[in-house]
Structures are given as structure tokens and as C-alpha cells.
Design a protein around this ligand. Structure first.
Ligand SMILES: Cc1cc2nc3c(=O)[nH]c(=O)nc-3n(C[C@H](O)[C@H](O)[C@H](O)COP(=O)(O)O)c2cc1C
Length: 404
């Protein structure tokens, strides 16, 4: 039975967490509750202990189970962390990665998916500080269950009421399901730029930061996939659960993909692989002189195009960064390279493409269907891409089963 860690913070809606705990248990989940100190002023920990049949955790130095270090054990045991209600203060602490009580320490130590149901006065919810924290957490893959509109306990009217219990319980069920829909699926992801050496200190590179590819790897892991990430040079920390292969050049990335492709079920090529490399790399740094310098560039192998031709049962997804006629060019690329899906963005737009945290993607499917996504964080784009992959995998399984 899934194990839910229910975090309760000091909102007037803390009493609603009793109902939420009961409904989660009715749905067959084991529920453990971690409360903030402020929450204990509003609802007694004994209520949650009686409802769930488990001790309640509040302070890291006050172990709820003797002989256990709860902030690690409970974090590891959790299949999902739900914080309901979440105060403005707790959302801010989570965004900053603070760990000053049991709830926030568990939140930092867990690898489980996290859902947050905020509850606060409308002015607090719409405050730029709160909204910035929400965006930070969303970019890390945390899902928010939007607060509802209504009259608050203080008499103010607006957005900020905690969502109703049924909406929260449904969101938990959906997230638990999606956390498993790529279980057993091996996903190979390439990310980042490649560096093509000119001499020992210079290279030809590009402006890819790797953010999109790392977000795709994280989203695939969140759906239960086994991820191998082949990454060019980036400043990012790869997800701990991915098997990581680091490369520098297009030829190294080509070789790594060749080695890994046979073992994967899906290949997602987000790397911005250099199309050309210097014909030869100088063994020593070329010194400045007054002569002009002509570099001869030779084409690199087309990694995606090549492996997609022998994809067999695999799903192959490409990315296209275009500067004009994005959709037409991407459609041609999809057909030419035998892809199942291509995600295209116009990198001339300031909020989309290289280096920034947001993207505006269009998905083009092999059957010609085009889905234009609004501007969203790269983590959300990645989530939508992985949802599309999960749907394609499921259709494939259904098709195979119907033929047997
Ligand atoms: C009666 C009462 C109700 C409160 N309700 C809320 C609320 O709904 N949302 C919120 O963000 N803060 C609310 N607060 C303020 C928080 O309790 C306060 O910011 C506290 O520091 C939150 O700590 P925590 O996030 O660790 O629980 C309320 C305070 C009181 C006294």
C-alpha cells in the first residue's frame, strides 16, 4: 500500500488535514503525519495520531519512533509527500531548502514526488514573494494543487482557500499512478552542448545549458523510468538516480549513444550536438600573430538521424531549435529522421530556448498532429513530454497485446 507523508503547517485550514488523512486512509494508503509547531497550535497532534494509528513527527530531536531517525526513514519510506495545508511560510522554507523542523527536513531528504495544497489569505497567495517560491518549487517538479476562490476565515475574498478534499485526494491518486507509468522503461537522454576542440584551450561550442535535457531526465525518473543521461559539458548537477555518462565532443556523444541505444526503450535527444568540428585539433595552443586563421570544419555524424533509422520497437524523440519557419522545418526533420515526436522551439524568442528557465514548445507527432504548449518552465515542458512518451508507450503495448 502506498505510504503517504502528510505535512500539516500552521494554517487555519489545518483542521481540514484530518479529513484529508481519513480519505487517504480510506483509499488504502498508509498515512504518517509531520506537523509544524504552528500547526500544533491549531490542531492537536493526538488527533492525527488517533486518526492514522501512527505517531506524529514535529521536531527532529524528538524521535516519534525510538531507535529510528525519522527524518531520513520517513523520507525514504514515503511514496508521496503531500503538504496540506501549506502556509506561505512553509512554502518559502521549502523553496529555500531550509530544514528547521521535521516536515521541512523530511521534504529535503525525500526523493518521493511532492504535492502542495496552499492555504492562505489572498494577499499572501498573490504576493510576488510567494509566487516566486511557487515557481521555484514547480521548476523542481513539485506539483501545486491550486487554491480555490472564496471567502476566507478573516473575511477577505479571493484566491487562497485550500482546495477541497476530493480534489486533493484525486491529485494524490493521479500522481501515484503517473509515478509508475514508466516503471521498467529504459530511457536514454542526451543533454547539453558539445565542445569541438580547436587546440588544447579553445573549442567551438554552442549556447545550450543542458537545462531542458536534465529536466527531461528528472521527469522520466519521476515517472519511474530507468534513465541513462549522456551529457555534454554543463554547470548542472545531474539527477542522483540517473546513470550518467559525461562526454565533451560530438564524436564521444555519438559513441556513447551507439553503446547505449540497444539497451533503451526510448531515446530522447535534447543535446545540441555540433554539426561541424575542426578537421584537426592543434596539439599546442596557437599563439597570437598577425596572420588571419582559417579553420577547416568537417561534418559530425547525425546521431539522432542515424540511430532512428534502426529504432525497431523504440520510441525516438528529437528536439529542434529553429530560428525561422520552425514548424515547417521541424516537420521535415521528423519525417527525414523517422522520429515519433519532435519538440520544436523558436530560439529567437527571448523567453524560449537556450540558457533561460522557460520554454515555449510545439510537439509534432508522427501522424502530423501539432500541439502548441504555452510558455512554461522547462520542468513543466519536460513533464508534458514525458506524459506524451508514456501515452505512446501505452498505445504501443496495447497494439502489441491486441496482435498477440
Ligand atoms: C489563527 C491563525 C491562522 C493562520 N492561518 C494561516 C493560513 O491560512 N496561511 C498562512 O500562510 N499562514 C497562516 N497563519 C500564519 C502562520 O501560522 C505563521 O506564518 C506561521 O509562522 C507558519 O508557520 P509554519 O509554516 O511553520 O506552520 C495563521 C496564523 C494564525 C494565528
Amino acid at each position: 500500500m502506498p505510504n503517504i507523508l502528510l505535512g500539516v503547517s500552521g494554517s487555519i485550514a489545518a483542521y481540514r488535514a484530518c479529513d484529508i488523512a481519513r480519505e487517504l486512509m480510506r483509499a488504502g494508503h498508509t498515512v504518517r503525519v509531520a506537523m509544524t509547531r504552528a500547526a500544533t497550535r491549531l490542531v492537536s497532534p493526538d488527533t492525527f495520531a488517533a486518526l492514522t494509528g501512527n505517531p506524529v513527527a514535529i521536531d527532529v530531536f524528538d524521535e516519534p519512533e525510538s531507535g529510528q531517525i525519522a527524518h531520513i526513514r520517513w523520507a525514504q519510506d514515503a511514496d508521496l509527500v503531500l503538504i496540506a495545508p501549506a502556509t506561505a511560510h512553509t512554502i518559502a522554507r521549502l523553496a529555500f531548502g531550509l530544514a528547521d523542523d521535521m516536515l521541512t527536513t523530511i521534504a529535503l531528504a525525500t526523493r518521493a514526488p511532492m504535492l502542495i495544497a496552499p492555504a492562505m489569505n489572498p494577499a499572501m497567495w498573490t504576493h510576488p514573494a510567494t509566487q516566486a517560491h511557487v515557481q521555484t518549487l514547480q521548476a523542481r517538479g513539485v506539483e501545486f494543487i491550486s487554491p480555490a476562490y472564496g471567502v476566507m476565515a478573516c473575511g477577505d475574498e479571493g484566491w487562497g482557500k485550500i482546495a477541497d478534499t476530493a480534489t486533493i485526494v484525486q491529485a494524490v491518486a493521479r500522481r501515484l499512478l503517473s509515478a509508475r507509468d514508466l516503471e521498467g522503461v529504459r530511457v536514454l537522454v542526451t543533454a547539453g552542448p558539445t565542445y569541438e576542440p580547436i587546440d588544447p584551450v579553445r573549442f567551438i561550442g554552442n549556447r545550450s545549458s543542458g537545462k531542458m535535457g536534465y529536466a527531461v531526465a528528472e521527469a522520466a525518473i519521476a515517472h519511474g523510468a530507468q534513465v541513462t543521461l549522456i551529457t555534454g559539458p554543463t554547470m548542472l548537477t545531474p539527477p542522483a538516480q540517473a546513470q550518467v555518462i559525461r562526454v565533451q565532443t560530438a564524436l564521444q556523444m555519438y559513441e556513447a549513444v551507439q553503446n547505449e541505444f540497444a539497451q533503451c526503450d526510448a531515446f530522447i535527444a535534447t543535446a545540441a550536438v555540433a554539426d561541424y568540428r575542426p578537421e584537426r585539433t592543434l596539439p599546442k595552443k596557437r599563439k597570437r600573430d598577425t596572420q588571419s586563421w582559417t579553420l577547416n570544419l568537417v561534418p559530425n555524424p547525425d546521431i539522432l538521424g542515424e540511430v532512428a533509422q534502426r529504432k525497431e520497437h523504440r520510441i525516438v524523440i528529437g528536439f529542434a531549435a529553429e530560428t525561422d519557419k520552425a514548424i515547417i522545418r521541424a516537420k521535415n526533420k521528423l519525417l527525414r529522421k523517422n522520429l515519433d515526436l519532435i519538440a520544436v522551439n523558436d530560439v529567437m524568442e527571448p523567453d524560449s530556448g537556450f540558457e533561460v528557465d522557460t520554454n515555449r514548445l510545439s510537439f509534432i507527432f508522427a501522424n502530423g498532429r501539432v500541439e502548441n504548449l504555452p510558455l512554461m518552465s522547462k520542468r513543466e515542458c519536460a513533464e508534458r513530454l514525458i506524459q506524451a512518451l508514456a501515452a505512446m508507450m501505452e498505445r504501443k503495448v496495447r497494439h502489441t497485446n491486441s496482435q498477440e
